[in-house]
Design a protein around this ligand. Structure first.
Ligand code: SAM
Ligand code: SF4
Length: 323
């Protein structure tokens, strides 16, 4: 499927829940947020129906996210069902990893093709403070299990002043010891990021160069996203840098999102989208849903416009959108 700007859209991110077992400082307020009611969340059959329709129009790659996807019961069954849809080539997951500890074998067996683990710090106390109660040891175990099962794994870390500033090289060093990609992601002015100060990625690059020497570009394909990868000498994996803000990747954007409450969302920073939940529950036939989705995707916004004041700016938090 191509949009009006000729961008080929083959990637759908599916948020299966707005709930989470953690409350990361940049994502959620300290006391959490009122969760969506059960009936407001798309049922798994509804998600499968949407994907079946979109797969006929070129959606090939899926990512399950949240909230914390593993906080929703049956999430790995959903992975298995999605893998069974003709045309779907990959089903990956973005998770904080805690609830996957001990379940990686099951995830591999369900057909999970990739795992992105959010891990901003390796320090027990810093992790507990940043996530408001999380246990970093569980995430480390999940990481080791995922590597042992051969699931392609990426780590997402957001460099933040005064929080993980002192351990950026240690985080990157995980890609030396393990065949994983460690990706440094620019903090986005969305959700609860307000009080936190991002460390500019050029500064991260400078620190890694100091520690590991030159950072030759890794041109191997690492996914469909907007990351640039390097592989320092002696590394098994690579290190990526994702800067949604300072380097726009909108002209190459290949993705749309399905929120937990059934909105087909066309751009991270634009609130506008297509309310699929009502259509799915109104008895609309597949053809009608299909036409509505294709028309909406054709009108995908040209740019995220994070740095501007835009009328339909997204006000939802990341736990609702899925990142
Ligand atoms: N709970 C899962 C997890 O943490 O991986 C999946 C959902 S979480 C919303 C998806 C990603 O969004 C995480 O990697 C998280 O670090 C990122 N994220 C949340 N708020 C962010 C922000 N303000 N700026 C940049 N990334 C953010
Ligand atoms: Fe939960 Fe992920 Fe948000 Fe952290 S970033 S609070 S783990 S949804």
């Amino acid at each position: 499927m191509t949009d009006r700007l000729g961008r080929s859209i083959d990637y759908l991110r599916i948020s299966v829940t707005d709930r989470c077992n953690l409350r990361c400082a940049y994502c959620m307020p300290p006391d959490g947020v009122p969760a969506l009611r059960h009936g407001e969340i798309l049922r798994y059959e509804e998600i499968l129906r949407v994907v079946r329709i979109l797969s006929k129009h070129g959606i090939r790659h899926l990512r399950i996210t949240g909230g914390e996807p593993m906080a929703r019961r049956g999430c790995l069954d959903l992975v298995r069902s999605l893998r069974g849809i003709p045309g779907i080539l990959s089903v990956a997951m973005t998770s904080n990893g805690a609830l996957l500890d001990g379940r990686i074998g099951e995830a591999a067996e369900a057909g999970l093709t990739g795992l992105n683990l959010s891990l901003d710090t390796l320090n027990r106390e810093t992790y507990a403070a940043l996530t408001r109660g999380g246990d970093v040891e569980a995430v480390k175990r999940t990481l080791e299990q995922a590597v042992a099962h051969g699931i392609p794994t990426k780590l997402n870390a957001i460099p933040m002043r005064g929080i993980n500033e002192g351990e950026l090289t240690e985080l990157a060093g995980l890609a030396k010891r393990l065949p994983v990609c460690v990706r440094f992601i620019e903090l986005m002015p969305i959700g609860c990021a307000g009080d936190l100060v991002p460390i500019p990625l050029p500064e991260v690059v400078a620190r890694l160069t100091e520690a590991f020497g030159p950072l030759p570009e890794d041109t191997a394909i690492h996914g469909k996203g907007p990351a640039a990868y390097v592989r320092p000498e002696g590394f098994q994996g690579s290190v990526g840098f994702i800067s949604a803000l300072s380097h726009e990747f909108c002209e190459r954007c290949n993705r749309v999102r399905l929120t937990a409450d059934g909105m087909l969302k066309l751009c991270l920073n634009h609130a506008r989208g297509l309310d699929l939940r009502e259509m799915l529950r109104s008895g609309a036939p597949d053809g009608e849903i299909e036409s509505a989705m294709c028309a909406a995707i054709a009108e995908k916004p040209a740019r995220h416009n994070f740095q501007e004041r835009i009328a339909d700016r997204e006000r939802r938090r990341m736990n609702e959108i899925g990142g």
